[in-house]
Write a protein that binds this ligand. Structure first.
Ligand SMILES: [Zn+2]
Length: 158
């Protein structure tokens, strides 16, 4: 049941779940021993510290969800690589510098596209995934431009 509802947490180890009236906090850590450098692709197992990364996630039963994820910083050993260290990412969960999970960002983007600005922020607050009107605008601005092959096609004889 847990993995069906929280599939995006399948690749991390949930160590503790704290529930209060308004928020559910999942304290989790990654389970891998190594990570690939985003600069050069070389896999490194040399840990160079770490920190806790708090990510907002989709709400559960009307409560905000926070994933308090312990991530590690690895040292890249490729001499020519521009990155000396890098922070591991979890597919489907984290995105570089993001404060939201990938699924929450996706959901907020859809709301922002449908309603924009303040109405989008109001609906998100009701859904316990609060985001400001400015955040909603930034989400839409951050989307890639429409690809030509996704444009609607007009069927006809012309
Ligand atoms: Zn590298």
């Amino acid at each position: 049941m847990f993995s069906a509802v929280f599939g995006h947490l399948a690749s991390v180890v949930v160590e503790e779940v704290v529930v209060d009236d308004a928020v559910v906090v999942f304290a989790a850590r990654t389970a891998t021993r190594e990570a690939a450098c985003p600069g050069c692709g070389r896999v490194s197992a040399r840990v160079h510290g770490g920190y806790r990364w708090r990510l907002a996630d989709l709400a559960v039963a009307g409560r905000r969800v926070v994933i308090d994820l312990a991530v590690r910083r690895f040292r890249c050993r490729t001499a020519e690589c521009g990155r000396r260290t890098f922070v591991e990412q979890v597919d489907g969960l984290t995105e570089r510098f993001a404060r939201r999970t990938s699924s929450l960002r996706w959901t907020l983007e859809k709301i922002a596209l449908a309603l924009a600005g303040r109405p989008a922020a109001r609906l998100a607050r009701h859904l316990s995934i609060p985001a400001s009107a400015n955040s909603m605008l930034r989400l839409v601005r951050g989307l890639p431009d429409k690809q030509p092959d996704t444009a609607p096609r007009v069927m006809g004889c012309g």
